[in-house]
Design a protein. Sequence first.
Length: 472
Amino acid sequence: MTNLSTYRLARLTKDPRFDGLFYLGVKTTGIYCRPICPATPLEKNVEYFTTAHQAIKAGYRPCLRCHPDSAPGVSVTKIKHQDIFNKAANMMQEENFEAHTIQKIAENIGISSRHLRNIFVEETGISPKTYALLQQTLFAKKLLHQTTLPITEVAYASGFNSIRRFNDYFKKLMGMCPSKVRKINKRNNGCIDLKLHYRPPYDWEFMRLSFDKEKIDNMEWILENKYGRTFTQDGTRGGFTAEIDKKNNCFKVTIELERISLLRKIVYKIRRILDVDTDIESVKSCLNHYSKRPEKIFKLTEYPRIPGKWSVYEAGICAIIEQSKDDMNAQKNILAFVHNLGFKSENGHQYFPTPCQVQENAEQLKKIGIVGALLDEIMMFTQTNIEMIESEVLKHINNLTPRIISMIKIYALGEPNEYLGEEQFDQNSRRTQNEKYSPYRSYHYLQTRIQNIDLDPQQLINDTSRQNTTQA
Ligand SMILES: [Zn+2]
């Protein structure tokens, strides 16, 4: 292994920048750890793994001091079947495993389940079924460790529909009983408290300002160290608040929700909104030459993270409205859209309008100035969102521009390598941009977008070509 000395140094110095990028198995104890674990075994007793499932496959149990399931995740960018693998892994995060799950995922991607299986075995050494169940089991372990939920609820929250199946898989994959991980914590008024770790550095100020720029009052709240919002998920309402804990490289997240079986999906969405799983050092070195540009309106960061939207639907609506208006009117229209059509609770919390609320209130939309082609586009998009489940919506849309589709992929699906397949970029600069910022083109776009508050396409082309000349 070429990274051996890096891994060794990282674990001996307990460098949090490597948290989640590799794991170490301790041969003498049979447990596996994060690089930041307080335990420091001798090098001769250690073997390294790039993923947790590799360690588990090799027979290691998770450490109960550093809890490997609490490490930040990582989006896979350097493997052969990157696109298919990431799509399938993301769908597994949002769907609970059932007999037909793998078949459904394969169909959704447009390949055979046999092909999907081959890809998983090649990339991870385990089948897609085992991979899916392992993700659910690791999530369950995190809940057992961090929350006070009863074991039955932990099972449902992690996507298992029977306690017996949950116990069986947990014992098989974690090498211990669920009750062994159980810890008694204080209850918190029915809310669920969790920690979501990230790999430092996390430029919170940049993220906070980015959220603030497009904030929807009463639906989102932004404080010095906190971001929170309401959400609607599968017909239920909830909300979360995330407070950054810079000292421990994590967010303390409090979640309010109505249905416990949605917890795993909701946590996955929060991770994406805060972009905690990105390999930020790789993003930095990829965008390096870009960040050397002189600063303009918005202070650029070397460590940009993407402030996510709740869903494909929400990101789509915002992108559609944004495309049809200039920046200032777009934000005004989005606010009017949410405040006039969305549900408002007694305590003043505002919720993003559901597709059904939009369909029933076309007249209301006209009153706030959403008319003509924009109205038609919104109506068609919401209709698709009523008919399809979220992961299928993009496949059934044919009237949206490539720009809107890219915005959805960046802000709702967290795809790191999207670019705006847009008419306004000329063919040459688009190509240059593609090569230069891959596999993190989405982050490059974010820098561009935030810096050029009123995106002037000509200016962008000039900037790109000027930059190319300077570097040549
Ligand atoms: Zn450990």
